[in-house]
Ligand binder design. Structure first.
Ligand code: PLP
Length: 396
């Protein structure tokens, strides 16, 4: 007898992956240039050249047994020191290496944090719209998820959040810049969340953790910058990833930071180590730990994403579409001209436009457009978007 739950998760790919697979099959049929695949969040700018240089240098200069060997479970000491120093320089923080835990990307970081804090029956709040995998990770950790609905600007509805928090609430996952909206939560909004959680912690007599999922922290385009959440709320785990900022999602590298401001932070760090061990991660990929340490202060080349965002926003606005103005990440949240986002995305598919319906992100009525594609794809897709707009009588 197999685990029915795992069979179900394994059989049913996420809506994003489903569409991505469809896109590949369709490209083989009609040519990649004829498919406008806006399905997945694979970075479209190459990794900074320093990444390849560092890999080459490491391969040539280090002893290969040490380079490819196991590191400490929480990550190589020197690597963790470099990451802590970088966070301290950039955020005026006060991390030391024993508060950093290297992970296989943000996905592992999230799973580890959720398993570190949750016991069966606990509840985890997700701010809708949210990255669909949160539900999979939280449920595997034994928790039940509750979704806080958004207001029109995609910030959380604080009244609804106040109603959803209960004694069972153990954690809230926050993702800013956000996938799928590209929104960056304002300091005011996050301060309100921090205030609410602090009051409830006092009332219930136990910690409620923020798990801050930050793979897009470096991908910001306007004046608004993401807040350093531990500065607002002590019980915050940071889950960071180099997947997007250094364009290397396949290499699986990131980290968890457990700030000293967390209640009983040494025990919390031990729970992180325990969850990493129980989940069988052993240690994060060693070569890419060293790469991350050497490259952690680099910024991605944002110009391509800025250009794409401009091209897409201008084009879609001119066609009469409505959308959430993205501040960061590389996603645009497009309002579906009909209530049923799945029906809208199926219609889009007829024009070879691959858009992800918003339902699996926890809200209806939108479609996610991943604009980590070539500028040429966006430009060429506009005639397909125009035909789609025409079907709904937009823009006129
Ligand atoms: N969190 C969010 C919001 C994401 O969009 C992604 C990937 O797209 C992840 C986590 C997982 O990223 P990683 O590749 O670091 O595991």
């Amino acid at each position: 007898m197999l685990s029915e739950k795992m069979v179900e998760i394994g059989r049913k790919r996420s809506a994003i992956r489903e569409l991505f697979e469809y896109g590949k099959a369709r490209a083989a049929e009609i040519g990649a240039e004829n498919v406008f695949d806006f399905s997945i969040g694979n970075p479209s700018v190459p990794a900074p050249k320093e990444v390849a240089e560092t890999i080459a240098e490491l391969l040539l200069s280090r002893d290969s047994l040490a380079l490819h060997g196991y590191t400490s479970a929480q990550g190589d000491m020197g690597v963790r020191k470099s990451i802590a120093d970088s966070l301290n320089r950039r955020y005026g923080a006060d991390f030391d290496m024993d508060e950093i835990y290297m992970t296989c990307g943000a996905a592992a970081g999230l799973s580890i944090c959720l398993n570190a804090v949750c016991v069966p029956g606990d509840e985890v709040l997700l701010l809708a719209p949210f990255f669909p995998e949160y539900k999979v990770f939280a449920e595997k950790a034994g928790a039940v998820v509750r979704a806080v609905p958004p207001l029109g600007d995609m910030s959380p509805d604080m009244e609804a959040m106040a109603e959803l928090i209960s004694e069972k609430t153990k954690a809230v996952i926050i993702n800013s810049p956000n996938n799928p909206t590209g929104a960056i939560y304002s300091r005011g909004c996050l301060s309100a969340v921090a205030e609410l959680l602090s009051a409830r912690q006092r009332e219930y007599g136990h910690a409620i953790y923020i798990i801050s999922d930050e793979p897009y922290r470096e991908l910001v385009y306007g004046e608004r910058k993401p807040c350093f959440i531990p500065g607002l709320y002590g019980n915050t785990f940071i889950c960071y990833s180099f997947s997007k900022s250094l364009s290397m999602p396949g290499e699986r590298i990131g980290y968890i930071a457990v700030p000293r401001s967390m209640e009983d932070s040494r025990t919390a760090y031990a729970a992180v180590c325990g969850a990493g061990r129980a989940l069988g991660y052993v240690c994060a990929p060693s070569l890419f730990q060293y790469v991350a340490a050497a490259c952690c202060d680099l910024s991605p080349d944002l110009q391509a994403y800025i250009r794409n965002r401009e091209l897409l926003c201008t084009g879609l606005r001119e066609l009469g579409f409505e959308f959430v103005e993205p501040d960061g990440a590389f996603y645009l949240f497009l309002k579906s001209p009909e209530e049923d986002a799945e029906a809208f995305c199926m219609r889009a598919r007829k024009h070879e436009l691959l858009l992800v319906p918003s339902d699996s992100f926890g809200v209806g009525g939108y479609a996610r457009v991943s604009y980590c594609v070539s500028a040429e794809t966006i430009t060429r897709s506009m005639s397909a978007f125009a035909a789609l707009a025409g079907e709904y009588g937009l823009g006129g």
